[in-house]
Design a protein around this ligand. Structure first.
Ligand code: SAM
Length: 273
């Protein structure tokens, strides 16, 4: 049995939650949109969810309506009273932690698997995203990542070879995960509206290719995309064994980084690992 909650706009006004630019605050109020976002990870009934940056709690409410047990990390102290009201309305299903998500290890918060859902500021979101994807242990403890990004960043994450968006982020997101663009979100959906469009990316762990170290894959993509306009024989020159590895794999050294498939990067890292 849940108690009714006041509309978010009223909550914001009552608690004086003017959006802070420094904290990258752009709030979502449309319940139907929030329910659609909460549906992206699939059925949440009884599942554990880590939400980063709940703000006044719009997405948090949607996740709770979907039946999840939510642990939310929010940096802004001013949001605590509003989140306490949400906690009261969904007894025993919301745990709020006040702090910086970049400094909290989620492994200390969960015993078992959890899904991540977040609408975060761009810089924090990208830092957390690459951190979650770079863990040594695979499959990771998280079962999926459902994250709001600027549309341009979302496109880079899901991009295919031979496109200008394709780069290190795509390889990182795709070499042992499935990444898809789940939905676009118009800038006018936010208060205040950001300058650019947004999109939600959904990532699920996939099988890890054998014999490849994450560290080596990072080195290869860093070198290759560090000089993306150059041919591989130039950009990979400084990486010991890389030119021989290209020859072994039959990859033409005259190609440029953005033409290599994720599987080709993986094969290259495997030979070098
Ligand atoms: N989830 C809410 C929504 O969709 O309406 C708020 C989204 S707003 C774009 C981002 C939220 O992340 C803000 O509430 C902000 O205070 C919070 N935040 C920013 N940096 C953070 C950090 N390092 N750790 C935790 N929360 C952070």
């Amino acid at each position: 049995m849940t108690l009714p909650l006041p509309p978010l706009r009223e909550v914001i006004a009552r608690h004086g939650l003017s959006a802070s630019k420094a904290l990258g605050q752009n709030f979502l109020f449309d319940e139907r949109l929030l329910d659609r976002i909460a549906a992206v990870p699939g059925p949440l009934e009884g599942r554990h969810v880590l939400e980063v940056g709940p703000g006044p709690g719009g997405l948090t409410r949607a996740l709770l309506r979907a039946g999840a047990h939510v642990t939310a990390i929010e940096m802004d102290r001013r949001c605590m009273p509003a989140l306490a009201e949400v906690e009261e309305a969904f007894p025993g299903r919301l745990r709020v932690i006040q702090g910086d998500a970049l400094k909290i290890d989620p492994a200390t918060l969960f015993d078992g698997p959890y899904a991540v859902v977040a609408n975060l500021p761009y810089n924090v979101g990208t830092a957390l995203f690459t951190g979650w994807l770079s863990g040594e242990a695979w499959p990771p403890q998280w079962t999926s990542l459902t994250l709001m990004f600027q549309e341009e960043v979302a496109r880079r994450i899901v991009s295919a070879p031979d496109t200008s968006a394709y780069g290190r982020l795509a390889v990182l997101a795709q070499w042992r995960s499935r990444a898809k663009l789940a939905m676009k979100v118009h800038r006018s959906a936010f208060t205040p509206p950001p300058k650019v469009m947004s999109a939600i990316v959904h990532v699920e762990p996939a099988e890890v290719p054998a014999g490849v170290s994450m560290r080596m894959l990072e080195r290869v993509t860093e070198a290759a995309f560090g000089q993306r306009r150059k041919m591989l024989r130039q950009s990979l020159k400084g990486l010991p064994g890389a030119l021989e590895a290209l020859a072994t794999l039959g990859i033409d050294a005259q190609r440029r980084a953005e033409t290599l498939t994720v599987a080709e990067f993986v094969a290259l890292a495997r030979v070098l690992s």
